[in-house]
Ligand binder design. Structure first.
Ligand code: GLU
Length: 477
């Protein structure tokens, strides 16, 4: 690993919200930097001016901060390698492109868009991968071609690709080898003066002294081009780790189209940071199993993070995993902490406080919304019946159960109905109303909570207490 201080970066294009795929890249870069006492950099790749927006940059930055992945350097942070937005680095790119021209390693290309289109169609027609034919490579400054094409706009600058095999070691995929002949001389500065992705990224990674590049393996084909630029400019390339795809539940690669899986949407839908981070951490990484709790915090993840344990195959973002982690995360919280994140109606006449209700329901909930849904019937003055519960309560047998319950509870001397009293009551109803199983328990659950699901009935009965139970039963009768 050498003695250089580790520097990693997350470099999103601000063209959409951060989703689990992008978050995975950010998280692994963050963990790797933390694990080695290094620096984690946020760089904004906003050269695509038509699709990039400052709002998305702000939203991505805010998402990272909220999750605890606070960059050490970046547009909104300090750092002496800035500016950290590519749109503010144009001069640096131009200067390096001119240096390459000077060295004979790049050249201006005057081909018109129409000509390029023609070469491309001819290649495709012949079944070849499209590549530039190099016509402007040997142009003389006095060529008439130059005069003719300047009307079409300023020339682009192309990198002169040397013929060679490009080999590198990828820490996920192992030894990689590409032939440069597969791609033609590629554009590094466009006609609008904007650097291409491959050029800007390479200049940035080199000047920002990035030591480890961890990114999606959709960028794998770009790496040989970037390595040629490193070599031409005399820069030392970083170590590469190309992370396999993350698939959405629909088995398509996770992308901005899956807007319900953006970090923002997940938080809005009641998933806690810790669950989001723990689910994301397992996308292509598995910590060595040991006795620690399944929910890791960032510090523990960083301690365990090992780039050698990254998987080569795509991973699935599974909502079931997210739900399971969220349940653990919710259960681990004190009711007071949950109450900071949700609002639950509380009515002073009920026997149960919001704190008691949350404590009772939390381990049954995979989202914060479920906490609200299950706790509310325990804390509000009156429950609202749905079409489904009204239907269940309308049968004669259900009415019999409710009447019998009302009668038995009414005879209870204590205001709170404890476990043994509850069992006695149930036995009485079984005998008197002749109901058992679902026919016995479902009407009671519906009458008391207006829901067909929730926590154990015994707990509900205990939390509500005699007075509230009687009120609710009378209401449905
Ligand atoms: N801006 C690129 C993206 O959002 C990342 C490029 C890189 O990491 O090299 O896919």
């Amino acid at each position: 690993m050498g003695t250089a201080r580790i520097r990693t970066r997350f470099s999103p294009s601000p063209t959409g919200d951060l989703h689990a795929g992008g978050l995975r890249t950010a998280l692994f870069n963050y963990l790797f930097a933390r694990a080695h006492n290094g620096t984690f950099i946020l760089r904004i790749e906003d050269t695509d001016t038509t699709r990039s927006t400052i709002e998305y940059e702000e939203r991505i930055t805010e998402d990272l901060i909220k999750l605890g992945l606070v960059p050490d350097e970046g547009p909104a942070f300090s750092g002496r390698y800035g500016p950290y937005r590519q749109s503010e680095r144009t001069e640096l790119y131009t200067a390096h492109a001119l240096e390459l021209i000077e060295k004979g390693l790049a050249y201006r290309c005057y081909c018109t868009a129409q000509r390029l289109e023609e070469i491309k169609s001819a290649d495709i027609k012949a079944g070849r991968p499209p590549r530039y034919d190099g016509r402007c490579d040997a142009l003389d400054e006095s060529s008439t071609l130059i005069k003719e094409s300047t009307e079409d706009g300023p020339p682009v600058i192309r990198f002169r690709v040397p013929k060679k095999s490009i080999r590198f070691h990828d820490s996920v995929h192992g030894e990689m080898s590409f032939e440069s002949s597969a791609f033609g001389d590629f554009v590094i500065i466009g006609s609008d003066g904007i650097a291409s992705y491959n050029f800007a990224v390479t200049i940035d990674d080199a000047l920002m002294e990035i030591t480890h590049v961890m990114r999606g393996d959709d960028h794998l084909p770009n790496t040989p081009r970037q390595l040629l630029i490193y070599e031409a400019l005399g820069f030392k390339p970083p170590e590469f780790s190309h992370l396999p795809l993350v698939l959405a539940p629909d088995k398509n690669p996770l992308s901005k189209r899956h807007s319900h899986l953006s970090v923002r949407a997940l938080r809005e839908n009641g998933y806690l940071n810790s669950a989001i981070l723990n689910t994301t951490a397992r996308l292509g990484w598995s910590p060595k199993t040991d006795n620690s709790a399944p929910l890791m915090d960032l510090e523990e993840m960083a301690k365990k993070f090992d780039a050698k344990r990254l998987s080569k195959s795509p991973s699935l973002f599974d909502p079931a995993h997210l739900g399971a982690f969220n349940r653990l995360a919710i259960t681990a919280l004190e009711p007071a902490e949950i109450l900071k994140m949700v609002t639950i109606e509380e009515d002073s006449v009920t026997a149960c406080s919001t704190t008691e209700a949350i404590e009772a329901v939390k381990q049954n909930c995979s989202t914060l919304q479920e906490v609200v849904e299950l706790a509310t019937p325990l804390t509000t003055a009156s429950v609202v019946q749905t079409e489904e519960t009204t239907e269940i309560l309308s049968s004669e047998s259900a009415k019999g159960v409710i009447r019998s319950l009302l009668d038995t509870v009414g005879r209870s001397s204590e205001p709170i109905i404890g476990a043994s009293r509850y069992k006695e009551i149930i036995e009485v109803i079984k005998r008197d109303a002749g109901a058992k199983g679902r026919k016995l328990f479902m009407p009671i659950r519906c009458a008391l909570t207006g829901r067909t699901d929730g926590i154990e009935l015994e707990k509900i009965v205990q939390l509500l207490g005699k007075e509230t139970i009687i009120k609710r039963l009378n209401k449905v009768l």
